[in-house]
Unconditional design. Structure first.
Lengths: 320, 132
């Protein structure tokens, strides 16, 4: 184990111990039972006020409809969303939320802090890529021009474009493979009448990209009658290592068809909206859309065709 | 002759089936769902309540939260009422004869609470399929 990694673990342990103490202090004391007989009788009959029903530990939901998430990679297919499963379990401290595994470190009036392990979301785009075979023509001066690359400087007297020439064997143009990364981090959840906000910091613990991501988002939900709408905005800083692992072209992967490229860290931003129209207590019509802008260094990578990701979905959702 | 008898029997059976399918008293309430955000305690709803009966009768409309009937109709085939009420949990409207125990018809109004006081249940994941 390296010294920096040991330091990270010690820091995480310190945060955990601090959070344990904070959690113990912020838990509300048990409230004494109310004596209804002591209350004065109201003039009119208000709705009976009983304690809110205890929420179930499990949450199962399914959305059926049609949606898509665009794939920013070259030679790739968009990702269809026909079925959206929502599976979550919330214990007193532990929780599982759609493949995020978390442990509640602190919960008080101001915030909830969780330690969370998750799978990086950038990898999903690399599962929908294709291969293309490209023919090359040797340009004047013997240069072969890879896509997305800048022609190397030529000292020869003739720098003009060339047409025709010796044809090479077709070369494979393939998006490099990328692995899923397991990331561990802290998240702070805030909420109140003003809306919900989240701060998150995650670091790779699977030695896949060895980078980190820090993100913040804010959302607000309006509910009027059976209609609910919830716009969201968010920012995410992705480190050099994370950005370059997923979106760069590494020296071993570079060739005639892909120029080497080193992606740097930067800030992505996103905006989205989710709407629901509740038909019954458990069935609703759902429409959602979001736009995510990739940061410049990722957007200019030779394996990236679009500088954004658009997602949308419309369908019926059941909550069991 | 045989064809006429068959047609008569089929018509009689169809009429019996239709009569059996239609309840003697039909109660319709709108809306049936109240959606409350977690920041609110209740919603104020004006209920549109209508009932119809096959036979004239004396019926009273009851609300689960109120001990006395909201309104009674003496020997009527139908009735309607606009009733404003604060709703914070599921409850039942029902029609019954005055001083009667058996309910002629009932309708449940449901309350859905959107959101949770447990902030973990409100978190959004960044998974590609997370669209709901």
């Amino acid at each position: 184990m390296t010294i920096p990694r040991l330091q990270q673990l010690l820091a995480a342990a310190a945060v955990w111990v601090f959070a344990q103490a904070s959690y113990a202090q912020t838990e509300s004391p048990p409230t004494p039972p109310t004596t209804e007989a002591a209350l004065p009788a109201p003039a009119t009959v208000p709705p009976p006020t009983r304690p809110l029903p205890v929420e179930r530990n499990w949450r199962f939901g399914i959305g059926l409809g049609y949606g898509m998430r665009t794939n920013p990679l070259v030679l790739s297919d968009d990702i269809p969303v026909i079925v959206d499963l929502d599976i979550a379990w919330f214990g007193k401290r532990w929780f599982f939320d759609n493949f995020d595994l978390g442990f509640q470190l602190a919960d008080n009036r101001l915030f909830t802090a969780n330690a969370v392990a998750r799978v990086n979301s950038d990898r999903v785009f690399f599962g929908k890529t294709n291969i293309r075979y490209v023919n090359f023509t040797i340009a004047a001066g013997g240069d072969k021009l890879p896509i997305g690359g800048v022609p190397p400087p030529s000292d020869g007297p003739d720098n003009g474009p060339s047409f025709g020439g010796d044809e090479e064997e077709p070369q494979e143009l393939k998006i490099p493979d990328r692995d899923y990364a397991i990331e561990l981090g802290l998240e702070m959840l805030f909420g109140g009448e003003w809306g919900q906000a989240t701060l998150r910091g995650f670091h790779d613990v699977s030695q896949t990209h060895e980078g980190f991501e820090i993100s913040a988002d804010y959302s607000y939900r309006w509910t009027r009658g059976r209609f609910s709408v919830s716009p969201t905005i968010g920012l995410a800083y992705k480190s050099d290592d994370l950005s370059n692992y997923y979106w760069g072209v590494h020296p071993k992967e570079a060739g005639l068809t892909l120029a080497p490229y080193e992606a740097e860290g930067g800030i992505d931003w996103e905006a989205g909206i989710r709407t629901s129209y509740y038909l019954t207590k458990s069935v609703r019509l759902a429409i959602s859309a979001d736009y995510e802008r990739l940061h410049d260094s990722v957007a200019t990578s030779p394996i990236v065709a679009e500088d954004h990701v658009i997602g949308y979905f419309a369908g019926v959702a059941w909550q069991f | 002759m045989r064809a006429s008898l068959t047609l008569l029997a089929v018509t009689w059976l169809a009429a019996r089936t239709a009569a059996a399918a239609e309840p003697p008293v039909r109660l319709v309430v709108k809306p049936l769902l109240c959606v409350i955000d977690k920041a609110e305690d209740s919603c104020n709803v004006t209920f549109d309540i209508r009932w119809k009966s096959v036979l004239p009768g004396e019926y009273c409309l009851n609300d689960e939260a109120v001990p006395a009937p909201l309104r009674c109709w003496p020997r009527a085939l139908s009735g309607e009422l606009q009733h404003r009420r604060e709703v914070s949990e599921d409850f039942i409207f029902w029609l019954a004869p005055p001083a009667g125990i058996e309910r002629a018809a009932e309708v449940k109004v449901e309350v859905l609470r959107v959101g949770s006081d447990d902030r973990r249940r409100e978190r959004r994941t960044r998974h590609v399929w997370d669209v709901l």
